[in-house]
Design a binder for this molecule. Structure first.
Ligand SMILES: Cc1ncc(COP(=O)(O)O)c(C=O)c1O
Length: 453
């Protein structure tokens, strides 16, 4: 690369990723093949529109052998059509969906496209409170969608850490939302999809939407229930978290798929095509074909038995790490994890906030993020909690033994935070110990190489 500055920063980032342990639950390491597809010549191609929607059942070979109709606005699509159709067919198989739109540039774009497909301005959406683990795109007032639609928030029960389904049902009956949205960024339970479907079925024209951004890889690998199997109409996700693909979004749906060039009637049955039209031209321009190629590769990888093993190990590691942390005095919201996400109340555990713990962990190469806990009394930038997960370290091949090591390091780091923050000791007193711990983390990291680099 002639641009030395960028080259050096890429090399420095490779080193950072190699030498540290990634505990941020929304991050992962993609394979060499996914990286190569992302860096391919498909970035040169404009492909506004869609490849044909017919003949997407069956194997990859069946899909490649078919001759779909042309719904693109540019010529030269002989290869892009095949790439996108393979991505769609693989995603449909993985998630038992009637339709997949693989074009959303990100998880946020995917959610906004679903809102735009089904709602009129002012319509009501029932979504999870951001402060209780929901996502910004589920109704935070700082977002564009919150200016357009009327978001009502349900929360979690402080005793159980689970969704307060009674409250959700009461709010649904009262507000008659056009969408009930189940999904979260910091919530450790498996939702009761069956109960939500029962609640939603009572409300006319209510779209049931699940934002499974964090757990799509677990669903694909058979380690988490699939909301589409329970009667949800739509599932959105990112492709870069547990699903281990390129950064991007994906929308899966159940219903009738038809020609996206023709506006269908506004019915729940037609939701697949309403979504296609909402992604393009409704909310996006040209698809990122190099990213769609990489999504197709990631879906291929997720269809392999090895990915089921990955999902199983990911959960095994998460449960081990959660148990170890609890035994060291960390208080986990909900008492553990059912879906690999862990939310720790640092204030209740050690009397220090999450930001201090995040910064202390960074010093030794352990990366996670400070996070609000339900009903947090501290501000968002210095919240009470930390959030972590095992998606990335499991990709590196780490197992129970390494989880125990991580929990030990975290206990000692929490103690150091207490010594400095509460007992007024100087950070210098721990310089040597922190340097030794940094070396220990680096040694373990080197035993488990990062795939792809
Ligand atoms: C539940 C949920 N939905 C949507 C998103 C948004 O995804 P992106 O960052 O790709 O826009 C996230 C990202 O963290 C998320 O956790």
């Amino acid at each position: 690369m002639k641009d030395n500055k960028i080259f050096e920063l890429i090399e420095a980032e490779k080193q950072r990723q190699r030498e540290g342990l990634e505990l941020i639950p929304s991050e992962n390491y993609v394979s060499r093949e996914v990286l190569e597809a992302m860096g391919s010549v498909f970035t040169n191609k404009y492909s506004e529109g869609y490849p044909g929607f017919e003949d997407l059942d069956g194997s990859d070979d069946d899909v490649l052998a078919s001759e779909p109709a042309n719904h693109r606005y540019y010529g030269g699509q002989q290869n892009t059509d095949k790439i996108e159709r393979l991505a769609i067919a693989r995603a449909r198989r993985l998630f038992h969906a009637d339709h997949a739109n693989v074009q959303p540039h990100s998880g946020a774009q995917a959610n906004n496209a679903v809102y735009n497909a089904w709602l009129e301005p002012g319509d009501t959406v029932l979504g999870m409170n951001l402060g209780h683990g929901g996502h910004l795109t589920h109704g935070s007032p700082v977002t564009l969608s919150a200016k357009i639609y009327n978001f009502i928030a349900y929360g979690t029960n402080p005793e159980t850490g689970d969704i307060d389904y009674d409250e959700l049902e009461r709010l649904a009956k009262e507000h008659k939302p056009k969408i009930i949205l189940i999904g979260y960024s910091a919530f450790a339970k498996i939702p009761d999809f069956e109960r939500v479907v029962k609640i939603g079925k009572e409300i006319p024209d209510c779209l049931l939407m699940a934002d499974m951004a964090h757990v799509a890889g677990l669903i694909a690998g058979g380690a988490h229930p699939n909301p589409l199997d329970y009667g949800f109409h739509v599932m959105t996700t990112t492709t870069h978290k547990t699903l281990r693909g390129p950064r991007g979004g994906l929308i899966l749906s159940r219903g009738k798929v038809s020609n996206p060039l023709k506006k269908p009637e506004h019915t729940l049955e037609n939701i697949p095509t309403l979504i296609d039209r909402s992604v393009f031209p409704g909310t996006q321009g040209g698809p990122l074909m190099h990213i769609i190629a990489a999504k197709a590769v990631a879906f291929y990888e997720a269809e392999q038995v090895s990915f089921q093993n990955y999902a199983r190990d990911l959960m095994d590691n998460a449960k081990t790490l959660a148990d170890e942390l609890i035994s060291h005095g960390f208080k986990l919201i909900g008492g553990g994890t059912e879906n690999h996400l862990m939310l720790v109340d640092m204030m209740a555990s050690f009397g220090v906030d999450g930001k201090i713990m995040e910064e202390m962990m960074d010093k030794v190469g352990l990366t996670l993020n400070a996070n609000a806990i339900p009903n947090d009394t501290l501000p968002p930038f210095k919240p009470s909690g930390i959030r972590l997960g095992t998606a990335a370290i499991t990709t590196r091949g780490m197992k129970r033994q390494e989880m125990k090591k991580i929990a030990n390091w975290m206990r000692r780091l929490a103690e150091i935070c207490v010594e400095i923050e509460k007992n007024g000791k100087s950070e210098d007193a721990f310089k040597k110990e922190l340097a030794t711990m940094r070396e220990e983390v680096r040694e373990i990291a080197e035993i488990f190489p990062v795939p792809g680099i």
